[in-house]
Design a protein around this ligand. Sequence first.
Ligand SMILES: Nc1ncnc2c1ncn2[C@@H]1O[C@H](COP(=O)(O)OP(=O)(O)OP(=O)(O)O)[C@@H](O)[C@H]1O
Length: 250
Amino acid sequence: MSFITVENVSFAYRSGRTILDSLNLTIEKGRNLGIVGESGSGKTTLLRLLLGLAQPSAGRILLDGQILDTRNRAFMGGFRKRVQAVFQDPYSSLDPRQSVFNIVAEPLRALKVQTDIESAVSEALAAVGLPADAARRYPHEFSGGQRQRIAIARAIVARPDLVLADEIVSALDLSTRILIVDLLKTLSTSATFAVVSHDIALVALLCPDIIILEKGRIVESGPTERVLKDPAHPYTRRLLASTPRLPPPV
Ligand SMILES: Nc1ncnc2c1ncn2[C@@H]1O[C@H](COP(=O)(O)OP(=O)(O)OP(=O)(O)O)[C@@H](O)[C@H]1O
């Protein structure tokens, strides 16, 4: 069974315009999903729905067959432990007044996860390649790439099944991007990632499956290798044409 199922999901903000239009997709455990589309196509809005930060205007999202209902507090407690997120900007996403230990420990405390917090934080920091003494320091002492590692440590510390990653390397320089992509590849053995990006090349490195969003609609989806080799939709072809160089197939 799919871990996440999105069934006929539409979404409009209060202003009324439809932002997502009848989306259907599934996320299988162990198969990272790339979500690609131009600016404004609705990628972040879709992630907000998948995170339970907003409720679809129509349709439904299922987690292991159970409806994601943001008003169901009992369900949301378990859901938040299983689905975590990392956002684009490693500068604004970390509270500058909190130590790295407190930042990484936050989901464990908020979700009341029964675990040894000290060792869970050390394990998460080690998993993202940061030294143990990073825990005592503060975000401003770290580079952009290291901050993104801290944000990733926070996302994985409660051992979620799914991590939603929204343009998480776009604020970083090229060499740091490559290191973070390598890290996500390694972490993909223990969590599934849904990766939002403008960058098809990056998605190709990480995600066996892809959806292409245009103006809130999925215009193409399937195995990334197939979509890249033989794009069926003109919008996908345009996106591919604007990608300078593609890596070898996944
Ligand atoms: N809070 C909001 N109220 C009204 N409209 C919004 C709101 N947030 C986003 N939108 C609109 O929803 C559409 C989709 O935005 P979204 O951020 O999901 O796109 P995106 O594909 O993630 O874009 P980008 O790549 O630039 O981040 C845009 O037209 C945007 O203007």
